[in-house]
Design a protein around this ligand. Structure first.
Ligand SMILES: NC(=O)c1ccc[n+]([C@@H]2O[C@H](COP(=O)([O-])OP(=O)(O)OC[C@H]3O[C@@H](n4cnc5c(N)ncnc54)[C@H](OP(=O)(O)O)[C@@H]3O)[C@@H](O)[C@H]2O)c1
Length: 385
């Protein structure tokens, strides 16, 4: 029987890759729900292919536009009151939620699914970074798994299969170093949006591509790994690996080191997450190992990546600090992409937020929501972004 899935963020980079995986394995998966913020044209195309899927377009004007152009889709649309993503999950009763949203907006549907006992395949790392303890508690309580989609975390989970975390000495997350890895330091402050979006190895959405250039993304992934695998921060390290072939290295207490490798193609970690705990034979993204480039590892240049240092600071602070980090970064990156903030000011915005927004413990979703609201209000008032 095929696995029935709902995809939140189906119009994004990861969401489109999920649909490609489904297209390659139509007997394994059935799409019963699709959701996006505003890209109604693409969502309508996706609905035409996945004829059993209900759908949500979050922005009301875009939903109206879609229905005006495609009145035949009205019966499949989720509209009316309440949280539309939550209602999509409730009304379709899938076997798996695939969360490919970008940003804090992904936390609430993740929690709703887990609380209802529905496993979540999670690309939306911001949900775990901001609400890690709350998310993992909900998962333990209902025994619904959080299955990572991020390639590094899929790699760790494969290396840990059959092993105990107690036997792990260190986990190394690999980072390409992003689009600006080889730029002279003095040029970094004023780089243009198009320079930052030219990622050397991965094709991804704009926000994560900027986060890769600042290495904030790798800081988020360290926090994500801490929660997902119950690893203390002093056991997680980051190394620069420009070829993006080795997705992690796990060193065990007997000094054995395992690495998971493959071409930098998101469809492979997505297939693993969707089919977990099975493995499915596929013809996608085959690796020819003799054609791999020379594989190199290097330490992180801390001066080049101040956002990475700030992420590690927030990780050590705990409580709501990772949520402050995330919300301030979301605003700063959005402003950079809108050409309202120079690239070099992104760490400044985050640093001031971490210093000035009140620190507090996180016990519940409402605590994270409050931190998000407070941080956004503070940044908007202070920086006008
Ligand atoms: N891209 C990758 O290869 C990759 C790899 C690993 C992890 N991730 C993580 O996966 C997540 C998605 O990344 P992505 O690169 O696929 O992002 P993306 O291309 O920007 O797509 C984001 C998706 O979320 C929707 N969305 C954005 N803002 C929203 C909002 N405020 N409310 C509701 N829906 C919203 C978008 O809808 P519209 O299209 O209608 O705007 C789109 O479907 C991120 O957390 C990222 O860190 C990505």
């Amino acid at each position: 029987m095929s696995k029935r899935i709902v995809i939140l963020g189906s119009t994004g980079s990861v969401g489109r890759n999920v649909l490609d995986v489904v297209a390659h394995h139509p007997d394994e998966f059935e799409v019963v729900g699709l959701a996006a913020r505003a890209n109604s044209d693409l969502l309508a195309d996706q609905c035409a292919v996945h004829t059993n899927a209900r759908f949500v377009v979050q922005d009301e004007w875009a939903q109206r536009e879609l229905l005006d152009g495609h009145p035949d889709l009205a019966a499949r649309s989720i509209s009316g009151g309440g949280e539309p993503f939550v209602r999509l999950i409730e009304e379709t009763s899938p076997d798996l939620l695939v969360n490919c949203l970008v940003g804090f907006v992904g936390l609430r549907p993740t929690l709703t699914a887990l609380e209802a006992g529905l496993p979540v395949a999670l690309a939306n790392k911001e949900a775990v970074v901001t609400g890690g303890d709350v998310v993992m508690r909900a998962s333990r309580r209902s025994r619904a798994a959080v299955i990572p989609i991020d390639s590094e975390h899929v790699a760790i989970s494969q290396c840990l299969r059959g092993s105990s975390v107690d036997d792990v000495k260190r986990v190394f997350l690999t980072a390409s170093g992003g689009a600006l890895r080889d730029r002279p330091l003095e040029e970094l402050a004023e780089v243009r949006v198009e320079d930052v979006l030219a990622h050397p190895t991965w094709v991804m959405g704009d926000k994560i591509t900027v986060d890769s250039a600042t290495l904030l993304n790798k800081g988020l992934e360290v926090i994500e790994a801490h929660w997902l695998f119950d690893l203390p921060f002093d056991k997680i390290e980051v190394v620069i690996h420009p070829q993006s072939i080795m997705h992690c290295l796990v060193e065990f207490k007997d000094n054995s080191i395992l690495s998971q490798m493959g071409n930098p193609d998101m469809r492979l970690p997505i297939l693993y997450a969707l089919s977990y705990p099975k493995r499915i034979e596929t013809d996608m993204a085959k690796s020819t190992v003799l054609e791999f480039p020379e594989l190199t590892l290097a330490p992180v240049d801390r001066q080049r990546y101040p956002c990475f240092e700030l992420a590690m600071r927030a990780a050590r602070m705990g409580g709501n600090a990772p949520a402050i980090l995330n919300s301030s970064n979301e605003l700063a990156v959005g402003a950079f992409l809108a050409q309202k903030l120079p690239f070099g000011d992104i760490p400044h915005v985050i640093e001031i937020a971490l210093e000035k927004v009140a620190h507090a413990p996180v016990e519940s979703f409402d605590d994270v929501l409050e931190t998000d609201r407070t941080t956004r209000a503070f940044i908007t008032e202070k920086f006008g972004i």
